[in-house]
Ligand binder design. Sequence first.
Ligand SMILES: Cc1cc2nc3c(=O)[nH]c(=O)nc-3n(C[C@H](O)[C@H](O)[C@H](O)COP(=O)(O)OP(=O)(O)OC[C@H]3O[C@@H](n4cnc5c(N)ncnc54)[C@H](O)[C@@H]3O)c2cc1C
Length: 399
Amino acid sequence: MDFSPSPKVDAIRTSLRDFMKREVYPIEQDLRRKGFVAMLPTLKEKRERAKETGLFAAFIPEALGGGGLSLTEFAHMSEELGRSPIGHYLFNCQAPDVGNMEVLMEFGTPDQKERFLMPLIRGEIRSCFTMTEPEFAGSNPVWMGTTAKKDGDEWVLRGHKWFSTGMEGSAFAICMAVTNPDAEPHARASMILVPNPTPGFELIGNLSIMGDRGGDWASHGEVSYQDARVPLANLLGGEGMGFLLAQQRLGPGRIHHCMRWIGICERAFDLMCSHAATREIAPGKPLGTKQIVQSWIAESRAEIHAARLMVLHAAWKIEKNGTHGAREEISLIKFTVARTLQRVLDRAIQTLGGLGMTDDTPLAYWYSHERAARIYDGADEVHIENVAKRILRGYGIKL
Ligand SMILES: Cc1cc2nc3c(=O)[nH]c(=O)nc-3n(C[C@H](O)[C@H](O)[C@H](O)COP(=O)(O)OP(=O)(O)OC[C@H]3O[C@@H](n4cnc5c(N)ncnc54)[C@H](O)[C@@H]3O)c2cc1C
């Protein structure tokens, strides 16, 4: 295993670092003050500039108009983009679109690819993914209340979803719904494409997340399906394949998220070290002379380094064995990196003192918004349980 970046990855990283310094960091302060929606015209311009780099939707094969990067190559790119809250959005690599593109690429019919996938890759539209429901534990992916029933040549959808990221302003949703309640649990649900607007498919409102409702892509919607009708041809993959598609969707997605979190860690680490080196606690005595701050710095360095190697190893294993063959590694990185992220952000804020609580740096934004890292894409506890059970089974315990 050699995880050193290839000359190609080195060149990508250099070009992205330059782009972030020139185009992204200078608008972050405005973004925090004015909010995502007010900044949409500026963000649109920046996306056009991102296209000029040849790295727009870089994880998509070149034949479909993307950058053609392998999972490991894209992992490095994801780290660079993660240094800003809008890095992934500007390069059309943001959740949930990235997962939706991957599912459509693999399971979409030619017509679905033409109508839904291609405009998504070109960045002309956005999409959302509606699976989680307020009334059912999202941690149990085979348990939900939303149904899709056949009526003539249409599906009729009925249900209540929430945490549909980016529903506001999206052009379509992928809806997870029960199509056969009598099948065995893993074969009950299917994924169905629902254009937005469709009568009966409504945004009830954006959820207030730690005091922020956000807007457009930067929002999480509560959604209702009230007899929303779509053609039978909008079924994605086969009937009863919803759970399988959801698993496929999340494997590479966890590599993207984890490397994005490492990008956040690196930016936080950088802010922590620069502050420790320049903030004087007494004349001629910078904060970095204090042993406790040195300890935060060294511990953070070690944890980030370990986390990055774990994620690159998991990406390597997915490329070698497929998502199924890397299930343990995927679970391990999910909860390890999410926790590293919280610790590094916390230490960085502590080092910056009051400044760390202000919106003059991105730390406070990340501290509130990335708490969710331990909850989405499978709550940490679910991954921990899965890993432990797998290990214990090897010791003969029946679980
Ligand atoms: C910012 C954000 C964005 C999201 N985006 C989307 C999206 O775009 N589309 C979408 O469909 N969903 C989305 N989600 C929802 C997310 O997938 C769910 O929140 C997640 O699956 C957990 O489900 P739940 O919230 O129902 O928690 P529950 O399943 O009710 O779990 C609550 C808590 O119980 C504990 N727990 C659960 N299972 C176990 C176990 N086996 N052992 C021990 N403890 C356990 C965990 O601590 C967990 O946090 C998003 C969530 C967030 C926070």
